[in-house]
Design a protein around this ligand. Structure first.
Ligand SMILES: Nc1ncnc2c1ncn2[C@@H]1O[C@H](COP(=O)(O)OP(=O)(O)OP(=O)(O)O)[C@@H](O)[C@H]1O
Ligand SMILES: [Mg+2]
Length: 315
């Protein structure tokens, strides 16, 4: 039927009159072949690879059809696309993780800041009392390090706190153009070409310019980091029902499949000096805009970050 055709991505014209072996994906065929030995109904969740190479999760029930005389008529397979359900499950798990991290962060920050301020106070005191240049320097380092700890703690709290945004209708292409100016030099030094593919139409979207610029900058910097030997950074703007889409893609190192689920997690980083907070903050900002961000990537094949922003300027 039509739903089956659209889930499995086969064309209705193509399947009429064909044998099941010719149209059904291998995963489903394997399931049927297990049916013969009188097992009745099989119910399972399977991953099914489609003709375009994508793999989708399916909930499948399969059984043999027989007439009154127990003669074999054929197979019946019922299946349900679980992609949406799976991605919601993931999203919920992530929000729960973040919420508990947030509480923990606020608590830890509070406990750490107080002792830090006394340590800094004493370090300043010692620096003033030391006669020897060496000792003054050491006290100076102590002060610097305390300041660094304070910054880390502040960032953590910033991440844990809900983001505040003040939205105004602005031209999306202007925001993107301005944000790209900030990285132009960095990119050309690293032999990275910047490509812009903007929608014909001027897209006016309700957003917080500063926050969205922060998002874009983080995405650009990650893309640049991933292209050590040069490449292309592409920013695409598309019109979308009720809003717009910004796509930032690169031709860099890509992301391992096992890491893909974690790139938005706070402190997840594969870089020696990374904080791993960039994409976590990006995710928070997009969430505060009631938008969405997704990532698609394969190791060695670059990465694509897709941001959906809702709310056009004329409402
Ligand atoms: N465009 C990309 N290409 C390849 N890997 C990426 C890309 N964007 C993000 N990643 C992966 O996701 C991880 C997390 O990114 P995130 O921006 O949160 O932190 P970071 O870049 O490591 O640190 P910071 O942003 O503080 O410099 C990165 O360490 C990297 O492994
Ligand atoms: Mg980053």
């Amino acid at each position: 039927n039509n739903n089956a055709v659209s889930i499995l991505l086969v064309s209705p014209l193509y399947i009429s009159g064909k044998d099941a072996e010719e149209i059904l994906p291998d995963a489903l065929l394997n399931l049927i072949s297990g049916l013969g030995d009188g097992k009745g109904i099989i119910e399972k969740e399977i991953d099914c690879v489609l003709s375009d190479g994508r793999s989708i999760p399916l909930e499948v029930s399969a059984a043999e059809l027989k007439d009154e005389k127990e003669d074999f008529l054929g197979h019946i397979i019922l299946f349900k696309d679980l992609s949406e359900v799976r991605s919601l499950r993931r999203e919920v798990a992530r929000s729960q993780r973040l919420a508990s991290l947030g509480n923990l962060a606020a608590g830890v920050a509070h406990e750490i800041r107080n002792p830090l301020s006394s340590i800094k106070g004493f370090a300043v005191y010692f620096r003033e009392r030391q006669e020897k240049e060496d000792d003054k320097q050491i006290a100076g380092i102590m002060i610097q390090e305390v300041d660094r700890l304070n910054r880390v703690v502040s960032q953590l709290v910033e991440l844990a706190r809900p983001v505040s945004v003040s939205k105004k209708p602005v031209s999306l292409s202007t925001v993107v153009e301005n944000s790209l100016k900030l990285i132009e030099r960095d990119a050309s030094e690293k032999k990275i070409e910047i490509k812009k593919i903007f929608a014909q139409k001027e897209l006016e979207i309700l957003l917080d310019t500063d926050r969205i610029s922060q998002v874009l900058l983080n995405l650009y910097l990650n893309a640049i980091d991933s292209m050590e030997n040069g490449g292309t950074l592409t920013v695409e703007l598309l019109e979308e029902e009720g809003g717009a889409i910004i796509k930032v893609s690169d031709t860099g190192a890509g992301i391992d499949e096992k890491d893909l689920l974690h790139v938005f997690d706070p402190y997840f980083t594969t870089k020696r000096t990374g904080t791993g907070l960039g994409l976590a903050i990006v995710h928070n900002i997009i969430e505060a805009h009631d938008g969405k961000i997704t990532v698609a990537s394969r190791a060695g094949e670059g990465a694509v970050f897709t941001v959906f922003l809702s709310g056009t300027g004329r409402e």
